[in-house]
Design a protein around this ligand. Structure first.
Ligand code: MN
Length: 409
């Protein structure tokens, strides 16, 4: 069916996954998924897939991978556990924690490390040389997995693949490409999607939702990230499964208002009290004041303020947000710390891009390693890490030292 389109190695992986899932026995299915639009759509596709064979999966929504979460979710044993839209780099940690007590699949599209094991398998286009950042979202991978596994298409899953792809901005070149596009065209043929051109760019009208894909994706990401600690991702999943209701629109509006208020308050505080200034960075800590917003929001906040007039345009901006270890739907996990996001004001951004100043993709992971933290997404002008409680100041010092070392070379 899909073979003619799929790259060989990738279709073999899907075939193998089907065999493994079909031939192993397990008592229940657990889905561990990311909290943005793509993660929620991927989760919804898997939910529909297993519901189709009369299994109701247990859903776990997280902002990022953490070994302490894995320990908790895997404790029971004898489950099929599927990670989606996260986990690509940490197959080995998951494997070690699990110790063959469960059957594990990682359906992710982020840059990946291979993982080999009797009871763990990664399905990741990056491992077959396909860019997961351009051509295939986690939702599209879950769609393909579902098609292979059930040998039939479940109604509405193609729509979810499209919404997930748009949620991850795979339409940034004017329209979605590659595998994402293949599913979009399927959705168009099924009358689930209408492809329109607006303002020189494609927009996808999702007929079942009676709304455009980018609008639905924005709702999902807002519910999942701004309302994370409130458990609003449950409403997000419900939206992906059943559609956008007035209740959803109102909640999304409420959350955006909450975010705006918290941002305004924090900006005022920073203006009044200033940021802590080092040689290369100006920084601050919001503690728990962003609750119930998830830690993804600190990145957005730094991005929002980085070019404001009270910011020193010659220094990077770094913001810390406490990671609250009481996760909705999961409970308390055994890890305390903070997320830090780094951004560069525009003039500094240009210096980084022209190679005059070392990029955050190099400096932040090194500094993070030195304090025993975990580097998250690292790009040249935007990066983030997780660091243990009370190592925030140490991270800044180490980062200053690394930047100093690399600046002199
Ligand atoms: Mn994604």
């Amino acid at each position: 069916m899909l073979e003619e389109f799929l790259e060989d190695r990738f279709s073999r992986t899907l075939e193998t996954a089907k065999k493994i899932v079909s031939s192993n026995k397990y008592d229940n299915v657990k889905i561990v998924h990311h909290n943005d639009a793509d993660g929620l759509c991927a989760a919804a596709i898997l939910y529909k897939t297993f519901s189709h064979i009369n299994i109701e999966p247990k859903m776990f929504c997280i902002e990022r991978f953490h070994p302490a979460v894995t320990k908790k979710v895997h404790a029971e044993g004898n489950s099929l556990i599927i990670y989606t839209d996260l986990g690509a780099m940490v197959g080995d940690i998951i494997k070690e924690t699990d110790n063959e007590r469960n059957l594990v699949l990682i359906l992710d599209h982020h840059p990946a490390r291979e993982v080999q094991g009797k009871k763990i398998m990664a399905i990741n286009p990056e491992l077959a040389g396909i860019s997961g950042d351009m051509f295939i979202s986690a939702s599209t991978i879950c769609y393909l997995f579902s098609r292979y596994y059930l040998d039939t298409e479940i109604e509405g899953t193609a729509s979810l693949s499209v919404i997930g792809s748009v949620g991850d901005y795979h339409d940034r070149s004017g329209g979605v490409l590659g595998y994402d596009r293949y599913i979009l065209e399927l959705a168009a043929r099924n009358n689930e999607a209408k492809i329109k051109i607006m303002g020189g760019k494609e927009k996808y009208f999702m007929t079942k939702f009676n709304e455009y894909a980018d609008v639905i994706a924005d709702c999902l990401t807002t519910l999942g990230s701004v309302g994370y600690y409130n458990g609003d991702f449950k409403l997000g999943l419900d939206t992906a499964l059943n559609g956008v209701t007035d209740k959803v629109i109102n909640r999304v509006e409420e959350l955006k208002k909450l975010r705006r208020k918290k941002f305004e308050k924090t900006i005022k505080k920073l203006k009044d009290n200033g940021l802590r200034k080092e040689r290369y960075v100006q920084w601050f800590h919001v503690g728990r004041s962003f609750m119930p917003m998830g830690v993804k929001v600190i990145g957005l906040f730094c991005h929002t303020i980085k070019d404001m007039s009270f910011i020193d345009e010659d220094k990077f901006v770094a913001g810390f947000q406490e990671f609250v270890p009481e996760l909705p739907g999961i409970g308390r996990i055994d890890w305390e710390g903070a997320k830090v996001s780094f951004r560069a004001p525009a003039p500094l951004e240009r210096k980084v891009l022209s190679g005059k100043v070392p990029g955050l993709d190099v400096t932040l992971p090194i500094a993070t390693d030195r304090v025993g933290g975990i580097a998250d997404a690292s790009h040249r002008i935007a990066a983030a890490s997780l660091v243990k409680k009370n190592t925030e100041e140490k991270l800044i010092q180490e980062w200053e030292a690394v930047t100093d070392e690399l600046s002199q070379n």
